[in-house]
Design a protein around this ligand. Structure first.
Ligand code: C2E
Ligand code: MG
Ligand code: MG
Ligand code: MG
Length: 281
């Protein structure tokens, strides 16, 4: 009955008012001003060399410091931002902020590593996405190589020819590219070969399968093998246990990321992992 009321436009006046849709509406309105009020922030999660443990990169993960709800995870508001057409603005802020952070670390005399930014499908489809990214990099006075973009397999497969073209322009600019949540989509090897990416990130679900009976990491090994034969780096996400780590190392996985290695933290907490830049004074 609530649904019928909704269709008639009475939903907000109904005694059966769905609190979650009201909550959603409130969140939506608050999200519109969140960037301007300075409520968005990035946490950074390390990726390290599977063999040496050396820090090889960071992933920027968006958070919303909500005045009442506290720190809100992206899973809760990014789909909403996509739905209401706000992801372009938010995504542009994320790119700018990641670049400004790299600049700040450089100015502090630190030896930076590439920072990866997650893009959503709508951002990749934007007419000006390539210039938007190059502007963010230039404004911060960075080399393009210190920025990496993570694109999910599913979004790449949505408009393949157009995406290959965009990725080639980004690759030519010099930014690094990786395919996120790899193994959950349906990319054929033939398309995979045409995407000019540097790395495949093995989806967390296949990493947690490693210790599961009956599965024993078969998909993770297959993806690592695929990365090797395509000349790409294999990165495991969501590594939580020593057993997973040693399995991945034995399979030849290049980079590890996950709570075992380090949780996503504010920039300030990461500085100790960044070395002073040689020759900086
Ligand atoms: P993702 O890019 O696949 O990021 C990995 C997610 O797994 C992150 O969740 C991270 O905190 C979490 N994680 C990392 N290691 C572990 C682990 O060992 N165990 C477990 N259980 N989880 C782990 P988070 O930060 O909540 O982000 C979720 C998703 O939101 C991201 O998935 C990404 O798709 C999206 N996202 C985050 N930031 C942005 C952004 O700036 N823009 C866009 N478009 N999407 C973003
Ligand atoms: Mg990611
Ligand atoms: Mg991922
Ligand atoms: Mg994931």
């Amino acid at each position: 009955r609530a649904k019928e009321a909704g269709r008639n436009g009475f939903e907000f006046f109904s005694a059966e008012m769905n609190t979650s849709s009201l909550g959603q509406l409130l969140l939506e309105n608050q999200l519109r001003g969140a960037a301007d009020r300075g409520e968005l922030l990035l946490h950074y999660q390390p990726k390290e060399c599977a063999i040496s443990g050396r820090l090889l990169g960071l992933e920027a993960l968006l958070r919303w410091q909500h005045p009442e709800l506290g720190l809100v995870a992206p899973g809760r508001f990014i789909p909403l931002a996509e739905e209401i057409g706000l992801i372009g603005t938010i995504g542009e802020w994320v790119l700018g902020e990641a670049c400004r952070q790299q600049r700040a670390w450089l100015d502090a005399g630190l030896d930076i590593v590439p920072v990866a930014v997650n893009l959503s499908a709508q951002q990749l489809a934007q007419q000006n996405i390539v210039s938007q990214i190059s502007n963010a990099i230039n404004d911060a006075g960075l080399a393009p190589e210190v920025i990496e973009l993570e694109l999910t397999e599913t979004m790449l497969m949505r408009d393949i020819d157009r995406n290959i073209h965009t990725l080639i322009r980004l690759r030519d600019m010099g930014v690094r590219l990786s395919i996120d949540d790899f193994g959950t989509g349906y990319s054929s090897l033939n398309y995979l070969r045409q995407f000019p990416v540097n790395a495949l990130k093995i989806d967390r679900s296949f990493v947690s399968d490693i210790s599961a009976e009956g599965n024993e990491g078969k998909i993770a090994s297959a993806i690592i093998g695929m990365a090797h034969s395509l000349g790409l780096e294999a990165i495991a996400e969501g590594v939580e246990t020593e057993a997973q780590r040693s399995f991945l190392v034995a399979q030849g996985c290049h980079q590890l990321q996950g709570y075992l290695i380090g949780r996503p933290v504010p920039a300030g907490e990461l500085a100790p992992r960044l070395r002073p830049r040689p020759g900086h004074r």
